[in-house]
Design a protein around this ligand. Sequence first.
Ligand SMILES: [Zn+2]
Length: 410
Amino acid sequence: MNHPMLISSNAELASVIADASSADVLCIDCEFHGEKSYYPLLCLVQLAWDEHVVALDARKLDLSPLASVLSAPEVRKVLHDGRQDLALLARATGATAIQNYTDTRVAAGFVGFGSSVGLAKLARDLCAVTLEKSLQNSDWTRRLSDAQLAYALDDVRYLARIDAALRERLAARGRLSWCESVCESVVRRALKPADPEAAFRKLGGLGRLSDSQLGVLRAVAAWRERAAASLDKPVGFIASELALKQLCYERPRTREALANIRGLGAGRAAPWDQRLLEAIVDGEASPVLDRPADRSEPEGVVDGLVNLLSLARRVVAAREGVANELLGDRSALEALAEWHVAGQPADVVPELLDGWREALIGDVLRAVLDATLVVAADATQPTGLTLRSTVSDGERPDTTARRATTGVSC
Ligand SMILES: [Zn+2]
């Protein structure tokens, strides 16, 4: 069945979905604007399957019928760096699950392309195609030019070929299941509802605040998220980060006092004004007891261990041709370091010592923490680093350190 290149009626969309639902692989990309609203404005959803390539005019369509394809386990969804797209698609379609997902950025990271490879490089290296990227940040809210439509369709046109080439390499190295496991976690994170009460943890300079000031910050940062979401405005439109900190120090009690806080934006209009005053009082009464680790004060034990572990991770990443981040991100390294500082409790299994990561990197990191393996300078190595065992051959308690120094098979 033939479809118009630009789909702008719900009847056309129904026929697209009926057709795409029987495909093995559905490639997807989204164009959106994120700067003027809390929820990015979805403008275009491009789809490619079998020999079809279409763009859905997201602002003219009811996209909810797309949810069934997104959640269908028999149709594999392929996106490049879909972290934001997945959240947008779930919101626009009402999908509560996205099953059978492959992210070509993740797949590429497992076969030697590094952690942040772009679509254009993959198209060039794997399909010998040059993608025009100059329209990447063009205005998608206006009537589309032919050039814009062609650009947008190219973003999905080669995705199936790129995916097939990457899968072949993954399969040859026995890494398909690793890639699937990371892609599942990408979906989980993208679909996880935002927690306004946790928003303050992303702000900087938390180490300088007392427990009760942090309590106020948690409350006013949550207030800002809720106001921004409700008004669909960027958080900075409601209050700057500076204003949130100032609210912690000054703890204004009246609307007049709020007027003196620098950086409080238009979101102050009632009823949000009153809710802000209430949030300040509530926040004072509930101090933050689990203080977040403050990245601006990097001299603690955990931070020292994380730095050491990340060097060991770099050696393993280079040796295995796997992107650093895929072996374990900073929060995974922190969790491992905290577990070690807590005396390696047996009832807790850090992510890096579990599943496929354990043999690939977990054993090495555990040996580094136990100081049976050290990171040493070696200018002959691509990373300038090497891992060296501190245990002589005769006294090795098990194979962990030997495996770590002689290379992990995969
Ligand atoms: Zn795109």
